[in-house]
Design a protein around this ligand. Structure first.
Ligand SMILES: C[S@@+](CC[C@H](N)C(=O)[O-])C[C@H]1O[C@@H](n2cnc3c(N)ncnc32)[C@H](O)[C@@H]1O
Length: 247
């Protein structure tokens, strides 16, 4: 084929209806135990099931862990343990994953997580920490090969600064931050009245979702401009930013 020199090309955006589903369908299916956790999540906390990590994300996290021959992982935000069990499975037998949650979102999630850890062949690698995220980050010991940050977005900058101040990430380790595209709201954040003043659950959710976009935008700017790290925001699922200490 001959390439024309008078042709111009502007790559179209991949972002259109169905992209997420297509990505899921075109990735290797996750293990039966992860499918089981996802089903239990939908059954026990249907209103919140969507905040669980997606299959394509956990497969990606597993690849990071195995490629980096990682041994020690910290997860901030356990929920029902979908990501925890997936990451545990990618760790070697003597590896460990500490996972922090206070279950502020939904206490029913703890039951699913506890049951899933007990049933999993990788359960011995999982150390659940029932605590507030900041308190957990202030109290965990040692450094980690991978930290998966997936809790409340208004505190992302505080969590990031605590991770750096306490040297929780080993050199060349990876901090993976979830939801950094926040459903696309980061492109044009709206300001709604405080969620606390909402009269219905639906209104509360709409306000919380809209207002948190400002926090995600602040966080994204904070790390993109921070010379101590290098960051790449990947448009996987809801946006996952990979952060490494600048060497
Ligand atoms: C998006 S979910 C985590 C999803 C999980 N990583 C997965 O793989 O499915 C967020 C979790 O963070 C927890 N969380 C939110 N704010 C928190 C805080 N301040 N301290 C501790 N946990 C918190 C919530 O209880 C919720 O279970």
């Amino acid at each position: 084929m001959e390439y024309r020199s008078d042709a111009t090309f502007e790559k179209p955006s991949i972002f259109r209806e169905g992209v997420r589903d297509y990505a899921e369908r075109s990735s290797t299916p996750v293990s039966a135990e992860l499918v089981d956790i996802a089903e239990k999540t939908t059954k026990s906390a249907p209103e919140w099931a969507d905040i669980s990590t997606a299959p394509v994300q956990v497969t990606f996290l597993q690849m990071l862990i195995s490629t980096g021959r990682m041994n020690r992982v910290l997860e901030v935000g356990t929920f029902t343990g979908h990501g925890t069990v997936a990451m545990a499975a990618a760790l070697p037998d003597d590896g460990e994953i500490l996972t922090v949650d206070s279950y502020v979102t939904d206490p029913r999630a703890q039951e699913v997580a506890t049951q899933s850890f007990a049933l999993s062949a990788h359960g011995h690698k999982i150390k659940p920490v029932l605590d507030d995220a900041l308190s957990g980050l202030r109290n965990v010991e040692g450094d980690f090969d991978l930290i998966f940050l997936d809790a409340d977005k208004p505190n992302y900058i505080t969590y990031f600064e605590t991770i750096l101040a306490r040297n929780l990430l080993r050199p060349r380790g990876l901090l993976v931050v979830d939801n950094t595209m926040w459903g696309g709201e980061v492109l044009n954040p709206r300001t709604l009245p405080p969620a606390e003043e909402a009269t219905t659950g639906e209104e509360w959710m709409e306000r919380m979702f809209a207002n948190w976009a400002h926090d995600v935008v602040k966080f994204n700017k904070h790390i993109a401009e921070d010379p101590r790290v290098r960051a790449a925001l990947l448009t996987v699922h809801d946006g996952m930013t990979l952060v490494q200490l600048a060497s």
